[in-house]
Design a protein around this ligand. Sequence first.
Ligand SMILES: *Cc1c(COP(=O)(O)O)cnc(C)c1O
Length: 855
Amino acid sequence: MPGTRYRLEVQPRIPENLARLRELANDFKYTWDRRIRGLFYQLDHEVWESCGHNPKIFLRRVSQSRLEQAARDRVFLEEYNRVLSSFDSYHKEPMRSELQEHLSHDKDLIAYFCAEFGFHESLPLYSGGLGILAGDLVKAASDMHLPMVAVGILYRQGYFVQTVDAEGNQVAHYNPTDFADLPIEPVHNEDGEEIHITAPLPGREVRVRIWRGSLGHVSIYLLDTDLPDNDDQDRSITYQLYGGDNTVRIQQEIVLGIGGVRALRALGLNPSVWHINEGHAAFQALERCRELLARGMDLDTALERAASATVFTTHTPVPAGHDIFDPELMGTYFASYVEEELGAEMDWLLGLGRSGLHGDGGFNMTALAMRTSRYQNGVSRIHGRVASEMEGYIWPEVPMEENPIGYVTNGVHVPTFLAREWVSFFDLHFGGQWRSELLNEDFWKGMDQIQDHSFWSLRQTLKAELFTEARQRLIHRHRRNGATQAQIERLTEHLSPDRTDILTVGFARRFATYKRATLLFTDPDRLARLVNDPDRPVLFLFSGKAHPNDQPGQHLIKVIHEFSRRPEFEGKIIFLEGYDVALARKLVTGVDVWLNTPEYPKEASGTSGQKAGINGGLNLSVLDGWWGEGYNGENGWAITPHDPEMSSDYRNREESKELMELLEDQVVPRYYRRNGHGYSQEWVRMSKNAIKSQIPRFNAQRMLMDYVRDFYGPASRQQRRLARNEGESARALARWKRRVNEAWDSVRMERLDWFPHTLTSGDKLPITVAVHLNGLSPEDVRVECLVGRENALGGFDTQERHGLAHLEEKGPDGATLFHLDLEPTLPGLQFYKLRMYPYHPDLAQLHETGRMLWL
Ligand SMILES: *Cc1c(COP(=O)(O)O)cnc(C)c1O
């Protein structure tokens, strides 16, 4: 039809007695409160679906008559009032008591910086696990009423929406968001003008608007450069998440890091702790140094102060996840900032970003973040170790087991990812208080009291919902791609909501190659036999996006698409396009088994398996990331990882073989071994084990408590300690570090005693060490004796640590003497070592200097 199509949206007048729907639509709490979303759904579920579960758009598009009808509907009004009263009491809750010994609600404020936040499908500000994790942490902070603000970027187009064409090619769509559709507002000053800040780019200051959103108790500030005052290129800095080249990337990171600090200051906020969540936000430390310099501090002292308040979390061992900028690009963007604002040289900054033992790796944002923070962590026990190894060059003389990098294992936000059906079920069985028992392992043992058949039938209901959703999505996609009705029927044949008795396995995540999405297809004939067993069929659902520049990742999608069209796999191997949080919620709650096949040890944590587990799904996963801690032999299955030194062909072959064996010998038989009531008792037992072992340990509140106890609390105390006397402690610490660094290379240590190789039980071994301190004083160092055994690999396992005491008398050449009468407590053969490292009582971490000397 020719002619212009004019757009018109007829908006309803919201009835007086439903006026607070607007308030509910303007607090991100709807992203994790199913009852709030339920109100909108009940008003009109078709409009709710068609507006992408966005309450603000919903309230503009729902019909006047429907609203008026609801305004008179007693049942609806009752629910509306219940939801409001729980919304109001949530907002009145005080800080949770378990936080109080670590942080003060009035004095502390945690600023949480991240390049992406995944709260809900209606806010496309995330690409995958990192964003969802950040969203979950902030939601948990609100639930516990932790004083926190979040800082991120408001992407106009966000991350892409994925479709897959008839050939299996991923097509990326960037849909601009109308910010008026989001529950956020630009921040204004008292005169009603928008508050803008600027971020320094070469030869110009780009203007940045600050948007504010409420997430329950937490505010999120989102930065946006799309302002008429900026030129077109600058306006587009905040268009796409991970969309541009390194130039756009560095500009975004300047806006986030430097702009983020300026935004908080413009709002009058003074965080006590700054959390850099992944290296993208690491430039913030520079801006905080600049502020301290302006107050008269020297650069070293300023850096010491800034770092003392900073927590840094690294999220991946995969190189592509670490931003590395060319020194030249850094020069273009930072030369004048560093020279004019910080009074330093570019070499100083380049030194902070140097990576690797030889420093030839370019300017590395992870290195910058490590050097400008005093509290660092990986995101699972395995990843903590891997990160200590990868980033060990920051503390070159310290053995990697002892460098400061710790870990906090990721967890998921239970109210977001626990199925609505479980929420009602737990309410019925445990009463509402289960919500405050999320960390209580004993409480969750109560799962055993639930009747097996009702447990099983609830799981079937969840699967039916998944099937309905998957079916609709498949029909939609294949119609668009021109499939015939007969084809569509074959493709959706096994997705019948009233035939859920088919073992269903899910695999959904970003399609990065290390996640090995196609490992399952290593032996297609064997897989075909597995899925087509007439008595014990298996269905596989795949979903996930590959980064638009990641050709190998997109190829994996195509490979799965092609398998899914082969006659022997049609309808049994299914790829669902457009993976997002909405689809994730359906998949993790509905499948029987959650499959994960990463290349060890590259899965830093992984969280989707936790989401499945809390809903009773059984993980079948390589023992990597969180599963290294989560697997207990009774809550799923583990694929043995192989040494990363072995060839990837060998590892793929062995691990895919084990995967098939587990499926054939364990998973399938157990699922189909039915009792007289038609369900599998063993399966129910494992599934209950999954819930009771995973809810208390892998939820976001536990994660947040770990951060509070081991990172935020200590950082808050440390920055206060260094701030004493106008920062005199920081100045002294910075001076001491300079002195140590200048002296250390010529510090020498030698042993003076005669050392026997045998000792009779009960006797002491006198050890005397002479140290040439090169101008340092005995209080500046610690001399230690480590006692241990040789381990199976020929290494040394420390079992005891003893300090040597400083003696008054001097040794040869005026050396300082340290002595210990070692009383061995271990019997038999053992080993001991002697070492020395710098020590100052104001250090945040024992080995933060990176210095150590061994005999
Ligand atoms: C949880 C989640 C992820 C993270 O999955 P991993 O298992 O950590 O790879 C990615 N995308 C979405 C939409 C999610 O909900």
